[in-house]
Design a binder for this molecule. Structure first.
Ligand SMILES: Cc1cc2nc3c(=O)[nH]c(=O)nc-3n(C[C@H](O)[C@H](O)[C@H](O)COP(=O)(O)O)c2cc1C
Length: 155
C-alpha cells in the first residue's frame, strides 16, 4: 500500500477519532497539528470561531513528519464558523510546496463541510483524490464506519 501520512487538527476529539481510524485502516503515520497557544481557556472557543470566520492562520508547531516522504497525505479538520479551522489553514499554506497527492476530510456539527473541502483545495493548491465529510450525528455509527472504509480504501 502507498506510504500514507494522516495529518489532523482536533479541538474536541472528533477529527482525531476519524484520523486514527483512517491511519489504522491504511497503516499510516499520524501527525497531530499543535497550536503554539492553547485553546483550553474561556476565550478559546470564541477565538477559534473568529479565526475560522475570518480565514486566519494560527501559529502552529513544526510538524514531526515531512509530507514529501509520503505517497499520499490525508488532511483532516473540524469546521469552524462554516470555514476551515485556523491550524489546518496554517498547515496547508505552510506545506503547500511539499504536498502532492492529497485526500481531505472534515468533521462538522452539520453545516459547511463541503465548502471547507473546497477551501482546503484552494489553500493547498491541490485537488484531492478523495474527500469526506462526517457530521457529529454520524460519529460512532455504521454510517461513519462505511464512509471511512470507502475513503481509506487503497488508491
Ligand atoms: C469554534 C467552533 C466553531 C464551529 N463552527 C461550526 C460550523 O460552522 N458548522 C458546523 O457544522 N459545526 C461547527 N462546529 C462544530 C465542529 O465542527 C464539530 O464539532 C467538529 O466535529 C469538531 O471537531 P473536533 O472535535 O475534532 O475539534 C464548530 C465548533 C467550534 C469549536
Amino acid at each position: 500500500m502507498a506510504r500514507t501520512l494522516v495529518v489532523y487538527y482536533s479541538l474536541t476529539g472528533h477529527t482525531r477519532q476519524i484520523a486514527q481510524a483512517i491511519a489504522s485502516a491504511r497503516d499510516a503515520d499520524l501527525e497531530a497539528i499543535e497550536d503554539v497557544v492553547g485553546r483550553d481557556t474561556t476565550l478559546g472557543r470564541p477565538r477559534s470561531a473568529f479565526e475560522g470566520l475570518f480565514g486566519l492562520r494560527s501559529d502552529i508547531r513544526e510538524p514531526r513528519h515531512d509530507p514529501r516522504e509520503y505517497d499520499l497525505v490525508v488532511v483532516g479538520t473540524p469546521v469552524w464558523s462554516v470555514r476551515l479551522s485556523s491550524p489546518v489553514r496554517a498547515y496547508l499554506s505552510q506545506q503547500r510546496d511539499a504536498l502532492e497527492r492529497v485526500a481531505f476530510f472534515c468533521t462538522q456539527g452539520g453545516l459547511g463541510g463541503n465548502w471547507v473541502l473546497q477551501d482546503m483545495a484552494r489553500v493547498s493548491g491541490r485537488q484531492p483524490i478523495a474527500r469526506m465529510v462526517i457530521s457529529e450525528s454520524e460519529l460512532n455509527t455504521p454510517v461513519a464506519e462505511e464512509k471511512v472504509a470507502r475513503f481509506a480504501r487503497p488508491a
